[in-house]
Design a protein around this ligand. Structure first.
Ligand SMILES: Nc1ncnc2c1ncn2[C@@H]1O[C@H](COP(=O)(O)OP(=O)(O)OP(=O)(O)O)[C@@H](O)[C@H]1O
Ligand SMILES: [Mg+2]
Length: 1007
């Protein structure tokens, strides 16, 4: 009815901003081509963020993109959870119908969307709260994905500086997962001047900044030139210089300010320009007729936006009278209209109008709002009545009603999975409690019950510290003798929260909890506290640190079974499976996990189901059963997807799939899995596993840049976290490998040395063995380099002793660990010894033969495990030793096998190394080869052998070193060198080396 009223104060065209508009258009075009991104537009109030967006979305719609716009509202402290997403959904329902949206989702499942919009039917019942939220997020992601299949989508969320905590979480989720949202552009706007140091949006912006697909766009004020354009557009004629200068000086190029100045004053007519923007904005409201101002004052108490019906009810005007009263406000651009109501054009206007209410009047207005909503909840958006009432009663200082409605709102927020808001409401109930004499009776719950709800909600929002405090307060009020179970459950959750916080005293709480719940009759409470104690202690100590805990876990299973608590039974079975020693026990463990899975499925408890898959695949991988591990992880991924939890569990399972694939040498496949895992939502430590696996493969393939980056990223995440074998030791292995590849043995030594010094209390052999192996390699490399550096050699020898001692005291239960142990033995035996004198040739050859045997044993172990890369490495080392022992035939076949494996893995550094050894030993690389001499003419007349020798001369090696490398005598080496000098026509080794360098004979590409 009011839509036809045109405001006069705005420019009909967009001034300037062509660069920003083009950037937005380009980002949308890129998204259409499958390169999605997020743009965060920051700028001060009134600088033109919304205007830029509306210009952009108009273009986008014209180009057939689907545009979804949602705005965050400033609504007191109570927030409107998921507000922008609710409006986006509402818009979509208008467009496609609820059925149309259901049709886009697999199985038409919109049960979680129903928590945001009643159009989708009844929300899912209670159930695991964290899980429901994860599912809601995934459903929204999926919905966007599906919408984008029909064409590009621009999702715009405005004013995120007002975003409620739930909206922030969901936004973070979407942006983190954006790479799977092909064809979706996300645009966020925020007021940069509103972001004070502790503003909750700040950490989110910082996090998003770090992902590769998010860019920031800062909207600055208009230039003087653009400002003059804006003035011209607004007043409809060229402005005089004086006016321009004045407007520019006052507004400093802020368009909102420019508009307000031009609207208010006209220096040409002697009307002075007011000083502050706020004065200006209020002035525009003050000039309105009295009845209009009266309604504005009412609306200001309603919030930034108020529905028609609600405003009519509170103002006691019928809709026609209301429209009449508000028409001048809309004409003056003080209020804007949307299909459902009115909103202030600018929050500053609302604030200013609201601030000017008299104290009594303010309370009175809020009371009228609360009463109107209480009488007819349909006046506000569905599901919003409790929160709105809570807000108004609180503002009206009616303590009793404020308390009661806050309690109802908390319940409602819980149903909408808006835990931060729920916690805020519960805190309010607690705050008001003492001021309301019979509070408990009014809400039907005692003070402890409110505290209990607050503890649970705090855990869901991750506010563990606050949760501990709430639990403490509740425990102080409870008489444990009278209500032992209630006290026990509080102790249990407090223990869990302390555990999350890394506090070791969590065990005391959990033990006390178990002590309080009677074993008979069996109860879910009993099984839960038992499970919790067993589970958390297990997380800290591997295996049963204390045999008593095993009994605890078993009792948890039995109790849960007897009282029919399937979820706890499944969880306890997983816990027992995790604690079992793997050696010789794999089948039993698998049976336990299978049982856990079937119990969990019966209870529809997906968390234990997926936990079982994560645990089992990890255990199988650790035991060297790579194929089985990959199979279980793959199955788990399917289950996660079926239950709408692909992103929540996806990353962990993808990781557990990639790891065995890496072991099996299926590296390209593994890389794909890792890439998809990265697109999901890995927690930070989860990311380190992905980077580590990618780094391992990159290192083996000679991509040192990627490997080095991986090391740096992992370190940046692990810095300051609790030391854990499973994350820290694989990093040591990768970092040492990188340093060795970079020929920095001294640093490699110190990395290994530091790691050995920090091995956890009971370091896990699974992660220790690979470090021992790479440590022995580092020692060998340092010893070799130490020929010229005695101190380094001594350091290497000392470290090797330590590593040997570690190795001797350590069991190798699994086949995989045994393979590492054999590799370590072979490596440690080939540690440098003085080059034997001629008289000791026989002994040396015997030693070499022993080395070859040691490497053969390692090779067999890797072969049995199906791990081609360490197999190829072991074969290569065995061949080298065989050559020294004079077994050329054996060496030849090993080298060929090793070369073939390295080639199929595209492990180029190993391939090059093998090729070099083949040349040095003059072995033909494969049965069909043998045309080595063909290239002789390009080798300056040198034979292939002489060419090999020249390579070593150029590398600065002595005759003795050359002899050792080429498996020839020192004398033969010196003969080769003289021949080379003659053929090259140079007098010294140094000149020969210079010639080789000048001709770039030994560039890496050169054969
Ligand atoms: N480049 C422009 N050309 C013409 N008019 C503009 C331009 N930028 C802003 N305006 C006008 O200035 C006023 C304020 O702009 P807008 O509402 O877009 O600011 P905003 O940055 O979204 O502010 P807020 O932070 O308050 O949301 C609007 O009336 C808008 O039409
Ligand atoms: Mg705006």
């Amino acid at each position: 009815m009011l839509a036809d009223v045109e405001a006069q104060v705005s420019s009909p065209v967009l001034v300037g901003r062509s660069g920003q508009l083009a950037a937005l258009d380009a980002a949308l075009a890129a998204a259409s081509d499958g390169r999605p991104s997020t743009i965060m537009i920051g700028g001060e109030a009134g600088v033109g963020k919304t205007r830029l967006i509306s210009e952009f979305t108009e273009n986008a719609r014209r180009d057939n993109a689907r545009v979804l716009v949602g705005g965050c509202l400033e609504l007191g402290a109570d927030g409107l959870p998921f507000a922008p997403f609710t409006s986006v959904l509402r818009e979509l329902v208008r467009d496609l119908g609820a059925a149309g949206i259901a049709g886009l989702l697999p199985g038409g499942a919109t049960r979680e969307l129903a928590r945001l919009l009643p159009e989708f039917g009844a929300p899912a019942g209670p159930g695991d709260a964290g899980e429901a939220r994860a599912r809601l997020f995934e459903q929204i992601l999926l919905l966007l994905e599906r919408l984008a299949e029909a064409g590009p989508v621009a999702l715009v969320i405005e004013d995120t500086h007002w975003a409620d905590a739930s909206t922030r979480d969901l936004l973070a989720f979407l942006v983190r997962n954006q790479l799977s949202l092909e064809r979706v552009l996300i645009v966020l706007t925020y007021r940069s001047d509103d972001l004070h140091r502790t503003h909750p949006l700040r950490p989110l912006l910082a996090e998003l900044d770090r992902s590769g697909w998010v860019t920031r766009m800062e909207l600055d004020r208009l230039t003087r030139w653009d400002t003059s354009q804006l003035v011209t557009q607004i007043i409809g004629r060229e402005a005089g210089d004086d006016l321009l200068t004045d407007v520019y000086r006052r507004s400093e190029g802020n368009p909102l300010y420019v508009e307000a100045l031009l609207d208010e004053g006209d220096p040409a007519q002697g009307k002075p320009l007011p000083e502050s923007l706020r004065d200006l904005l209020v002035a525009s409201a003050r000039r309105l007729p009295d009845e209009t101002q009266e309604v504005l004052r009412i609306a200001s108490a309603g919030g930034e936006r108020t529905g028609h019906g609600l405003l009519a009810a509170v103002s006691a005007l019928d809709e026609a009278a209301l429209a009449r009263a508000l028409r001048p406000a809309v004409a003056a651009n003080v209020l804007l209209t949307d299909p459902d109501g009115y909103l202030f054009r600018h929050a500053l206007i609302r604030e200013a109008v609201h601030d000017e209410l008299l104290p009594g009047e303010r309370g009175q207005l809020h009371r009228r709002f609360a009463e109107a909503i209480g009488t007819d909840p349909a006046l506000v958006l569905p599901g919003r009545a409790p929160a709105e009432q809570a807000y108004h009663w609180y503002a009206a200082h009616d303590l009793t009603r404020a308390l009661v409605t806050a309690w109802q709102a908390a319940e409602q927020f819980g149903r909408s999975l808006a835990y931060a808001e729920q916690l805020a409401m519960l805190s309010r109930v607690l705050e008001l409690w003492d001021g309301v004499p019979d509070a408990g009776q009014r809400i039907g719950a005692d003070h402890v019950a409110v505290l209990e709800a607050a503890v649970q909600t705090a855990e869901l929002t991750g506010e563990d510290d606050r949760g501990v405090l709430f639990a403490q307060a509740a425990l102080r009020e409870i008489d444990a003798a009278a209500e032992p179970v209630r006290a026990a459950l509080l102790l249990e959750i407090r223990g869990r929260l302390k555990y999350h916080l890394g506090r070791t005293d969590f065990v005391d709480d959990l033990r006390a909890a178990v002590g309080l719940v009677p074993a008979e009759p069996p109860s879910p409470a009993r099984s839960r506290v038992l499970e919790s104690l067993a589970h958390r202690t297990l997380q800290v100590h591997r295996g049963w640190a204390d045999v008593e805990l095993r009994t605890v876990a078993e009792e948890a299973v039995l109790t849960a079974r007897r009282c029919g608590d399937a979820a706890t039974e499944a969880a306890a079975l997983v816990t027992i499976a995790c604690a079992e020693p793997i050696s010789g026990n794999v089948e039993r463990i698998r049976a336990l996990l299978a049982q856990a899975r079937s119990v969990a499925a019966r209870a529809q408890a997906f968390q234990p189901t997926l936990n079982a898959a994560v645990t089992e695949s990890d255990m199988l991988e650790g035991a060297g059963l790579h194929e089985l591990a990959a199979g279980v992880a793959r199955e788990g991924l399917v289950t996660a997807r079926e239950h709408g939890l692909a992103r929540t569990y996806g990353a962990a399972l993808a990781n557990n799939l990639a790891e065995p694939l890496v072991s099996l040498g299926r590296w390209d496949e593994a890389a794909e899995v890792l890439e998809s895992a990265m697109k999901q939502l890995p927690a930070r430590v989860g990311k380190t596993c992905i980077w580590r696996l990618a780094g391992d493969m990159a290192l083996a393939r000679g991509d040192l840049t990627t490997a080095t980056e991986s090391v740096a990223w992992i370190k940046s995440v692990l810095k300051g976290t609790r030391y854990q074998d499973q994350y820290h030791l694989p990093l040591v292995r990768l970092e040492t490998g990188v340093l060795l590849a970079q020929d920095r043995p001294a640093e490699a030594l110190s990395v290994v040395g530091a790691a050995v010094g920090h091995f956890g209390e009971l370091p896990n052999s699974r992660y220790v063995w690979p470090v021992l192996v790479v440590g022995a390699q580092a020692c060998a490399a340092a010893a070799a380099a130490g020929v010229r550096d005695g101190a380094l050699a001594a350091q290497a020898a000392a470290l090797l002793e330590r590593l040997r001692a570690e190795a001797h005291g350590r069991t190798a239960d699994e086949r995989a660990q045994q393979a590492h142990r054999l590799t370590f033995a072979a490596e440690a035996e080939t540690a440098p010894s003085e080059q034997p004198a001629a008289s000791e040739q026989a002994a040396a050859s015997e030693q070499a033969a022993a080395q070859a045997r040691a490497w053969d044993e390692a090779a067999q172990a890797w072969e049995a495990l199906g791990e081609p890369y360490p197999l190829a490495l072991a074969l290569r080392r065995s061949a080298e030793a065989a050559l020294s022992a004079g077994d050329r035939d054996g060496a030849t076949s090993k080298l060929r096998r090793s070369a073939a494996l390295a080639q199929s893995l595209k492990a180029n550094p190993l391939s090059d190394d093998i090729a070099q050894l083949i040349r040095r030993a003059r072995i033909s690389p494969d049965p069909d080869a043998g045309n080595q001499t063909k290239a002789e003419p390009q080798r300056l007349g040198l034979t292939a052998r002489e060419f090999e020798v020249l390579r070593l001369v150029a590398a600065g090696r002595s005759n003795r070193e050359i002899a050792a490398e080429l498996f020839i005598s020192a004398k033969t080496a010196s003969v080769h060198v003289s021949n080379i000098l003659g053929k090259l026509g140079v007098a010294t080794r140094g000149e020969a080396a210079a010639t080789a360098h000048r001709l770039r004979l030994f560039d890496p590409q050169q054969p």
